[in-house]
Ligand binder design. Structure first.
Ligand code: NI
Length: 166
């Protein structure tokens, strides 16, 4: 197990499109363990995507259980995730371990339905809403080389400098 280095904006590797996972083997499991440890070691780590550690595969982990009032699934491992349905649009504040000095307002779907594979390659379906749905949409964006900075409602009014990352 290891805590991996998080790439920071404007590292060009954060702009790349990640490849589909095709091998569900021991090295995938080992990487997922390291990715999760890296997420939990980070400040405010409610989600992480493999490209954030320079690993260009379609793997996301989200766990918003530190926000107990939020409706959620607990720890979610999403491999090759695909959003199938979107509903509603909500503006909300986002941060990112790859953009440690800023937060920003982004519009996301309020509820989503998605499918993703698990460690065994089995396809699972999820429906989610609110903060968890936002976190998943944010992390899936990383798989396509997108940061919240690319989706700011207004660069002038919706980007905020952080004082302390917590
Ligand atoms: Ni992020």
């Amino acid at each position: 197990m290891a805590v991996l280095e998080i790439l920071k904006y404007p590292d060009p590797r954060l702009k790349e499109i990640a490849a589909e996972v095709t091998e569900f083997d021991a090295s995938l499991c080992a990487f997922i363990h390291d990715l999760e440890e890296t997420m939990r070691a980070g400040p405010g780590g409610v989600g992480i995507a493999a490209p954030q550690v320079g690993h260009l595969q379609r793997i996301v982990i989200v766990d918003v259980s530190s926000k107990p009032k939020v409706k959620q699934h607990g720890r979610l491992l999403l491999i090759n995730p695909e959003i199938l349905e979107w509903e509603g649009m909500v503006k909300g504040r986002e941060g990112c371990m790859s953009v440690p000095d800023y937060t920003g307002n982004v519009i996301r779907a309020r509820t989503i339905k998605l499918q993703a594979q698990d460690e065994q390659g089995e396809v699972q379906e999820y429906e989610m809403e609110g903060f968890e749905a936002r976190a998943v949409q944010h992390e899936i964006d990383h798989l396509d080389g997108l940061l919240f900075l690319d989706r700011l409602v207004s660069r002038r009014n919706d980007l905020f400098q952080r004082k302390v990352y917590k």
